[in-house]
Design a protein around this ligand. Structure first.
Ligand SMILES: Cc1ncc(COP(=O)(O)O)c(C=O)c1O
Length: 362
């Protein structure tokens, strides 16, 4: 069977080369006579792939020396809890900018752990179609960090640059745009992301944390929840997501072969432009509620005039081998997720389909 054109928002398409390599190594990895899923995480073979993955991620994402890279589990959702547990000491606070469902989850989870402050929210009638303006953001004095979500997967908005938060370290959920563009590490204290969009299969959560924050993190936590313990043990305190780390290694090598982050970023910008151009040429047909300056390069969202037409759009797309484009249940409409692994041809195919769909149904 042919592979489909897969635009699911995560888990999502992986580079074909990574899948093919894994397939060929499934029964005998590195001459061990086993797959990576069957060997000890303390073995020399796994240790090599684990350390190489961390080193390659550091190199490709230009992570400065004074940050630790941790490969944890529990998804980005566990970080919603681990971050305040580790970083908010008794009597201190943190500020949260809420621009979507996941940043709202992060905020609500942190509220259960500690007193946190809502610095801004762009919620309107339960939906979020924009990134806040600088003058809408009010950081609480004494905040130990300010949390934001760089790309809002459900509604399709994205920060183009980080806001000025007056020297407070930014803590950023990059689950849906990690390693898709260059970032300015200067204001960042901690970055985290589930692997399942741009880095590999689900099962690994990457945390990049500045060393001073590791040192300041709470000592009173169970080991499994402690950044300090995980950093001291090189993320091998307990059994890691071995298969997912092994796949991440292959995805990172693919990124390197593609020309690294610069090339990936340019490709991502071109891919998004192809779709937004079609939307902008037919604004009465492809209705986008996302503010133009807030548009995501990873998740392109839009509506059609009726739910019936949206259902037809999804069904017609499927008949052309295009899958995974139905919008999230809380946002409705259509969402085309164009993460790193997609090439420009995929966007061109969707853009052509959209143009044909207007002709046939407009
Ligand atoms: C921006 C963002 N944050 C957090 C999450 C939740 O991630 P997880 O399922 O890894 O806990 C998602 C999932 O799609 C996401 O897109």
């Amino acid at each position: 069977m042919d592979r489909v054109l897969n635009f699911y928002p995560g888990p999502s398409e992986l580079p074909l080369s990574a899948l093919e390599e894994a397939k060929s190594e499934m029964l005998d990895w590195k001459g061990t006579g086993m797959s990576v899923m069957e060997i000890s995480h303390r073995s020399k073979e796994f240790d090599e792939v684990h350390n190489e993955t961390i080193a390659l991620f550091r190199k490709l994402f230009f992570i400065p020396e004074n940050y630790a890279v941790l490969l944890l589990q529990g998804g980005a959702s566990l970080q919603f809890a681990m971050i305040p547990m580790n970083l908010i000491a008794a009597g201190s606070t943190a500020s949260y900018i809420v621009t979507g469902r996941f940043s709202d989850n992060a905020y609500k989870t942190a509220k259960k752990v500690s007193g946190v402050h809502l610095a801004a929210s762009t919620e309107k009638d339960g939906k979020y179609f924009r990134i806040p303006k600088p003058d809408e953001i009010g950081i609480r004095e004494g905040s130990v960090y300010c949390h934001l979500t760089s790309n809002n997967t459900i509604f399709g908005t994205q920060w183009k640059s980080f806001p000025d938060v007056k020297g407070v370290p930014l803590v950023c959920d990059m689950s849906s745009d990690i390693l898709s563009r260059k970032v300015d590490w200067g204001p960042l204290g901690l970055v985290y992301a589930g692997a399942q969009k741009n880095l590999g299969p689900a099962g690994t959560t990457v945390v990049v944390i500045r060393n001073d924050l590791v040192e300041k993190s709470s000592r009173d936590l169970p080991d499994i929840l402690s950044y300090k313990v995980m950093a001291d043990k090189n993320s091998l305190y307990n059994t890691p997501g071995c298969f997912s780390i092994y796949m991440m290694n292959k995805v990172l090598k693919w990124v390197e072969r593609k020309g690294g982050l610069d090339a990936i970023q340019k490709r991502n910008e071109r891919k998004a432009k192809l779709l937004y151009d079609v939307i902008d040429e037919a604004p009465d047909f492809f209705i986008t509620r996302v503010e133009k300056e807030s548009r995501s390069f990873m998740n392109v969202t839009f509506n059609l005039v009726s739910e019936e037409l949206e259902a037809k759009f999804v069904a017609d797309a499927k008949s052309e081998n295009i899958v995974g484009i139905k919008g999230h249940r809380s946002a409705g409409g259509i969402r085309v997720s164009i993460y790193n692994s997609h090439d420009e041809k995929d966007s061109e195919t969707v853009a052509s389909f959209m143009k044909r769909f207007i002709k046939e149904n407009g």
